[in-house]
Design a protein around this ligand. Structure first.
Ligand code: MN
Length: 200
């Protein structure tokens, strides 16, 4: 089996000025492409039948560093590009809005909590919005770990995530990770996140 680098469905420049074209190009064609190739190489060394990426993550041997890093990197970036797709961008729908209000009190509280999780993740990693036992939760993970993996202290089905590796923002924002997080909220496609919430 082999996984393919997904096409973006939009142009590298389409998220400007919030996320610049050069960052997008390197991030997709170099970083995500690297995770994809390394995932396929890692899978050659384990006896896995054809499984969706979620199954591979759910049953992951956390001691298999090559598979852990690259299956995570593959999945995380696929999700990231989906929720950044600027086509048919809409506000969050009523169901997700209600769930956010009941889990966090208000959208502003949610945004503050998510931004804090992203800003305070030390080093490289991700912050997530997950559906767990029918409720929404915010968490973060190191490196390319994600909430689908076993026992990373952050669980559930991710419906939104932000990449806070420096490669995601350093060209444009340098050390100003909080500015990048603010810009991320300007480009999130809530239609896609709302659909993921429905299907979670
Ligand atoms: Mn990345």
């Amino acid at each position: 089996m082999s996984f393919l680098l997904p096409e973006l469905g939009f142009e590298y420049a389409d998220l400007e000025p919030h996320i610049d074209a050069r960052t997008m190009e390197i991030h997709h064609s170099k970083h995500h492409n690297g995770y994809t190739n390394n995932l396929n190489n890692a899978l050659e060394n384990v006896a896995l039948t054809e499984q969706p990426i979620e199954e591979i993550l759910r049953n992951l041997d956390m001691n298999n560093a090559a598979l852990r890093n690259n299956a995570g990197g593959y999945y995380n970036h696929c999700l990231f590009w989906e929720i950044l797709n600027p086509n048919d961008k809409q506000d969050l729908d009523g169901d997700l809005e209600s769930a956010i209000n009941s889990s966090f009190g208000s959208f502003e509280n949610f945004k503050e909590g998510f931004s804090k999780a992203a800003a305070t993740r030390f080093g490289s990693g991700w912050a997530w919005l997950c559906v767990k036992d029918g409720k929404l939760e915010i968490c973060s993970s190191a490196n390319q770990d994600n909430p689908i993996m076993p026992s990373i202290g952050c669980g559930g089905k991710p419906i939104m995530g932000i990449d806070v590796w420096e490669h995601a923002y350093y060209l444009n924002y340098q050390n100003r990770r909080p500015d990048y997080i603010t810009a991320f909220f300007d480009v999130v496609n809530w239609r896609v996140v709302s659909e993921k919430f429905k299907n979670a």
